[in-house]
Design a protein around this ligand. Structure first.
Ligand SMILES: Cc1cc2nc3c(=O)[nH]c(=O)nc-3n(C[C@H](O)[C@H](O)[C@H](O)COP(=O)(O)OP(=O)(O)OC[C@H]3O[C@@H](n4cnc5c(N)ncnc54)[C@H](O)[C@@H]3O)c2cc1C
Length: 378
């Protein structure tokens, strides 16, 4: 690990010199990842509000087709560094490359995805360029920011919006430094419509790898793909969320949580079969962290919903045995919520479109019967 001091000093930065919004794009199966398309939409919003260009960054080996795809989905410019040395995702080499690009071109902001890789890069890069970092944002706005303590106005500053611990959201500014470094939580923005006609008015710049001969203490020997998660909460139209309430009946008597999981699965399959709506089962952090033995191999970290889990924006969220704590609700952007809970004061019932004060073990079988009796789609 490098212990190098930040490359830029803390001397006053000439903010006006810094222009354009950069987004660091990642790929998946030879295409831009879905999250990267969302990142382009987020970057587009900031670039339009600040009146500057949106620049897609592509660093890797054999990037064929990706720059054009980035332009189709919203970039005005793509900076591509296509070099075999970048094949192994060597973090320090990528940071060196980004730092060199930033020092030459001075971007206004650089946004990464809040993925494992993006989080690591963003933190290291913010340190290198002596700037602030706001992580896990769900939205961005460009506003004039007034600091009352110093009676100072910072025009056109990127407001970074992210869930807070207790309240709904926190707004973060990094007014004195550039570029503003941020990460975007996947699931926060819908991708823009693909528009190949954008290519005529956009530009792809191919850049050489800076310091190609540099060697690093860390060598990547092998790349191994992690097993892919089989839950896709971000893209589901309906999400069924299970909470700690599945461990007991409304009278407090213990229940086997597998029963609730089976009911949720039956409901999921029914909705998919009858209406063709992609439906997924998620869980509260409470249930995930409880490591319930009966749910071993069934509910895991991939199912977690909320601030520290996956942010979802389905048409319908069905909450079963979930209290609806603030961090849980911070990750739910459903158009409608149906919640079942015997505690009439549970926050999820207050936030729900349809509130059922009752026992999930009684309500869900009735819901399944009622839906089953409805006519099929078409
Ligand atoms: C820094 C931090 C970050 C966090 N991030 C997240 C996050 O991202 N996501 C998240 O989910 N949590 C998060 N949490 C945890 C959160 O604060 C709660 O502890 C957790 O969400 C509670 O999970 P729960 O709703 O399943 O359980 P509980 O709060 O125990 O609620 C269970 C509910 O089930 C109801 N119930 C009981 N029996 C039945 C029944 N038979 N039928 C129907 N309902 C029943 C009860 O009335 C109760 O309301 C975070 C906490 C911290 C400190």
């Amino acid at each position: 690990m490098s212990t190098a001091a930040p490359a830029t000093t803390s001397a006053k930065v000439n903010l006006a010199e810094y222009r354009d919004v950069w987004v660091f794009l990642q790929r998946s199966d030879g295409r831009l990842s879905n999250d990267s398309l969302e990142l382009l939409a987020a970057g587009r919003k900031v670039a339009d509000q600040v009146g500057q260009k949106l620049v897609g960054l592509l660093l890797g080996s054999n990037l064929r087709g990706l720059p054009e795809e980035a332009i189709d989905y919203g970039a005005d410019v793509v900076l591509a560094v296509d070099d075999p040395a970048l094949r192994t995702f060597h973090t320090m080499r990528i940071i060196d490359t980004l730092e060199s690009m930033i020092l030459k071109r001075k971007p206004y902001a650089i946004i990464f995805l809040a993925t494992e890789f993006g989080r690591e890069l963003a933190a290291r890069l913010a340190y290198r360029v002596n700037s602030g970092l706001a992580t896990d944002n769900v939205d961005f706005e460009v506003q004039d920011y007034f600091n009352p303590k110093f009676n100072e106005m910072f025009p056109k500053t990127m407001t970074q919006v992210r869930p807070d611990f207790g309240s709904r959201v926190a707004k973060i500014w990094t007014p004195r430094h550039r570029p503003q470094v941020a990460t975007l939580k996947p699931g926060s923005f819908p991708p823009l419509q693909r528009d190949p006609s954008r290519r005529a008015r956009s530009k792809i710049e191919k850049l050489p790898l800076p310091r190609p001969g540099k060697s690093y203490a860390l060598t990547v020997k092998e790349l191994v793909d992690l097993p892919k998660s089989n839950v896709d909460l971000e893209h589901a139209s309906v999400v069924i969320g299970l909470g700690l309430g599945i461990l007991r009946g409304a009278d407090g008597s213990p229940r086997n949580p597998i029963e609730a999981y089976k009911l949720a699965t039956e409901l999921k399959e029914l909705i998919e079969r009858k209406w063709g709506l992609k439906t997924e089962i998620g869980a509260s952090r409470g249930l995930v962290m409880a490591n319930v033995r009966a749910l071993e191999g069934i509910i895991n970290r991939d199912h977690e919903l909320g601030q520290t889990g996956t942010l979802i924006s389905p048409d319908l969220y069905i909450a079963l045995g979930v209290s609806g704590s603030a961090p849980h609700r911070a990750g739910i952007r459903a158009k409608k919520i149906l919640a079942v809970n015997p505690d009439a004061n549970a926050p999820i019932l207050l936030a729900a479109t349809y509130s059922v004060v009752g026992d999930l073990y009684e309500f869900v079988p009735k819901l399944i019967d009622t839906l089953e009796a409805l006519p099929d789609k078409d």
